[in-house]
Design a protein around this ligand. Structure first.
Ligand code: S3P
Length: 450
């Protein structure tokens, strides 16, 4: 599916409140996983009904979990830590496009009393899995995968021979919440205390939700300790509210900073401090962003984010904040194209192994609108304003590159063809609806394409 955006001169739109940014993707995956492993029924509101999280739900359905999903309400009948069963006919489990899905679920499958195999789409089959296989193997897991010509890592499909695991102490070699979470989930099945040392902090949704389910987990400095074999208990009689995804809101936050309007207010946006670094960075660049109506601090804080058109100046991004805005870097690069000076990003090598090579994706976006970019192995420097009348961008099947290209087309008042937009459904099913609600012109979506 390709998207065509007509050249549009944007007049100042009136103030608008948008309350339909969809639920947080990271939290929705974890909701399915912990709700399945808990004893009792879990109810969630704000579940993200995008392909990635629905695939995680289907995996747990295949493992014997009953669920009821109506719109963004999700109920799971958890079966406890020993309640999963082998998929019927040993069916291959399929996470689609989701790296979070495959890495977290593998942590659970490694500890089961049965064997499984898990895979995903073409992009997943190119994503490195040694980062989880290494620590899980130290715990006693038996996982094998594929090799790829000219590459040294291990890739899906993964064959997982369920095993009894043991506790480890492990220092994360990459700042990855997915790796941390895979180990934490495996540790739930283990006697004794598993310790994960996290030299650089990463998003802490797994720890917060495990605490909510009564797991024996605590943090001491950079160490996270979890004692296993303790039943997870679904919070009784309450619905757990999943806030809206700041990574999805980011596209509208940036659009709100670089197009004319009288105020954009995005409600219930998750502002977990391990996820909200984009807001601080944009503010440091001069963005007018107001964070108010804060609630939900006992679980996952959320707020209304008000955004106003702003004159911004680029900065050198502090590498220490990269894990807290890793998914927002493509749209930050678009914001940089409308700011003075140079944005310099370093220490972001992880972008090379996301749904696509996102540093290369950002370079394609810049090149499409005549902007100078210097690409380095772990980042880039970008200077200059978009020029030209139109551009074509290939997303390489990466949702965040596709949405960044669309935002750029509107803000630069250029016509554009973005090749490969079906992937937007992996994280943001109502992206186009929200664009239209905000008075952005009709998008011609041609089918079927890449
Ligand atoms: C995620 C963690 C991040 C992020 C991904 C979601 C998660 O990956 O890029 O979109 O839900 O744990 P890494 O932690 O591997 O960087």
């Amino acid at each position: 599916m390709n998207c065509q955006i007509p050249k549009t001169t944007l007049s100042t739109r009136s103030s608008i409140t948008i309350s339909t940014i969809p639920g947080d993707k990271s939290l929705s995956h974890r909701a399915v996983i912990l709700g399945s492993l808990a004893e009792g029924m879990s109810s969630f509101s704000g579940f993200l009904t995008a392909e990635d999280c629905l695939n995680t739900l289907h995996v747990f359905n295949a493992l014997g979990i009953q669920s009821k999903q109506e719109g963004t309400s999700l109920t799971l009948h958890g079966k406890g830590l020993s309640g999963l069963r082998a998929p019927i006919n040993d069916a291959l489990l399929d996470v689609g496009n989701s790296g979070t899905g495959i890495r977290l679920i593998t942590g659970v499958l490694a500890a089961q009393a049965f064997d499984t195999a898990i895979t995903g789409d073409a992009s997943i089959q190119k994503r490195p899995m040694k980062r989880i296989i290494t620590p899980l193997s130290l715990m006693g897991a038996r996982i094998t995968g594929q090799t790829l010509p000219g590459k040294t890592d291990v890739y899906p499909p993964l064959q997982i021979h369920g095993s009894a695991l043991n506790a480890i102490t492990y220092t994360l070699p990459v700042a990855s919440a997915q790796v941390k979470s895979a180990i934490l989930l495996a540790s739930l099945f283990v006697q004794d205390i598993t310790t994960i040392i996290e030299p650089e902090a990463t998003r802490d949704h797994t720890e917060r939700m495990l605490q909510g389910y009564g797991a024996d987990i605590r943090r001491e400095g950079t160490a996270i300790m979890c004692s296993g074999q303790k039943p997870l208990v679904a919070p009784h009689g309450c619905t757990i509210q999943i806030p809206a995804d700041i990574s999805s809101a980011a596209f509208f936050i940036v659009l709100g900073l670089i197009t004319p309007h009288e105020g954009l207010h995005l409600t219930h946006i998750g502002i977990n401090p391990t996820r909200d670094a984009l807001l601080g960075v944009l503010k440091a660049m001069g963005a007018r962003i107001d964070i108010h109506t804060i609630a939900g601090e006992d679980f996952e804080p959320h707020a209304t984010i008000s955004v106003y058109p702003s004159e911004m100046t680029n900065i050198d991004l502090d590498p220490a904040v990269i894990p807290f805005l890793i998914d927002e870097i493509p749209i930050l690069a678009v914001a940089a194209m409308f700011a003075k000076g140079r944005l310099r990003v370093t220490g972001a090598k992880e972008l090379r192994v996301k749904e696509s090579d996102r540093i290369a994706g950002i370079a394609r976006i810049a090149a499409a609108v005549g902007i100078t970019i210097t690409e380095i192995e772990d980042g880039f420097s970008i200077t200059g304003r978009p020029s030209g009348e139109s551009f074509t961008l290939d997303s390489h099947g990466d949702h965040r590159i596709a949405m960044s290209g669309i935002v750029l087309a509107y803000a630069a008042e250029m016509s554009a063809t973005v090749i490969g937009c079906a992937c937007i459904h992996t994280s943001f099913p109502n992206f186009f609806e929200i664009l239209n609600t905000w008075g952005l012109p009709y998008l011609k979506v041609s089918q079927p394409c890449g």
